[in-house]
Design a protein around this ligand. Sequence first.
Ligand SMILES: Cc1ncc(COP(=O)(O)O)c(C=O)c1O
Length: 437
Amino acid sequence: MNPVSHDELLQRARQVLPGGVCAATRLNRALGHPVYVRRAAGARLWGVDGQVLLDMSCSHGAALLGHGHPAVLGALAQAAEMGLCCSSDTEYHVQLAEWLCRLIPSAARVRFTNSGTEATLHALRLCRAATGRDRIIRFTGHFHGYHEYTYIGGHPPLEQLDRAGLFRESAGIPEPMTQFIIALPFNDLPAVEQALKEQGEQVAAVLLEPVDFNSGGIGPQPGYLQGLRELTRRYGTLLFFDEIQSSFKKSTGGAQQDFGVTPDLCTIGKSLGGGLPLSAICGSAALMDRFKPVGDVQHSGTFNAPLPSILGGLAFLSTITEPAFYPELLVRCERFYQRLDGVIERLGIPVQVPRHGPRFGLMMGLDHPPIDYRDALLHRPELMLEFVRRTVAGGVYFHDYGGGPCHHGFSAAHTDGDLEQVLGVMEDAFKAIAPLF
Ligand SMILES: Cc1ncc(COP(=O)(O)O)c(C=O)c1O
């Protein structure tokens, strides 16, 4: 196939796709166009323009195994052989659920969904049904999908931070939805205690990313998750970990295993399908059996839990439960961060790199480790966009997230040699932007 420029394809795409893309964030604002991909394999993407890029987005975390892992491709072939069995459950659905119940501490039952957005939507419906309460405590800087239940109060501008719960993140979200949201700062236990004291009887769930990847990977302060566990028990509120991003980063059990705190329920996703669309709601039997057809909470869908994704999920779990998988990945993480920290220190630039397994944030212009979203607002988007432009020119793909402090990362397919190359390109980009800090 002949190379085509991204701009040329963007012009064509705009005629038929709003903004030329199928998901709003696929437009890379640093580049002014999406990277239209012709092929992906392992740690690399091939652009339609012929450029080969080492991928440090990894499908926003979904490609933890790298692109086109042989086990996942095998799953696709098996699904084709079985005739896809669209809209049917199979023994493989049961097998995958059984396996997840063994791996995820809070899972006694599993309900699959396709996207993370669908997972949090239905999990919150479940929380409300189970408690008979409507309000949700959520945290600024965290993200839980694009639906009306929680696309409120996540990333308000600084001047609206003290009224975060009123901030609707998209046009079209009805104003009355804000009455169900209590938006609080992360890592501030007294704020949660105060809110529960005042409104606990109306709060169905305390919902959080145990590691706030959607503000750069901000981790919980020591004792914070334990504190939430204790408070939610005291006020009869469900503790809901949204582990769509944090699951499988450092262990098979997710952040709840990494930090030793078991929530009442969680959502997992991204890499679960090995690159195929798959997420899940996991929780106790009593809670999850509120879902129809046992209980009274509706969740269904023609395309729910498609066989290729379920087989992809089995391929994914087979791979990450190999004894060497996490030890090797975590050693690579250690080496990568040691080198990256060294580069930042040598250049003397104020950049923070919060991390959890192979996923990390780049917070430009911050001279202290971030605690919450207020710190994330100190990040300088213009520096991030310039960094992205330079790394892409050097053959390394960082997604821009509009310049925001979001998350980046590598996969198990990235070799030490690949990461050396990435670090070299990152160092050059940091050197070039150093005078702008
Ligand atoms: C923590 C978290 N929850 C939910 C979602 C939504 O998942 P999806 O994009 O699959 O709808 C995301 C996606 O980035 C996420 O990071």
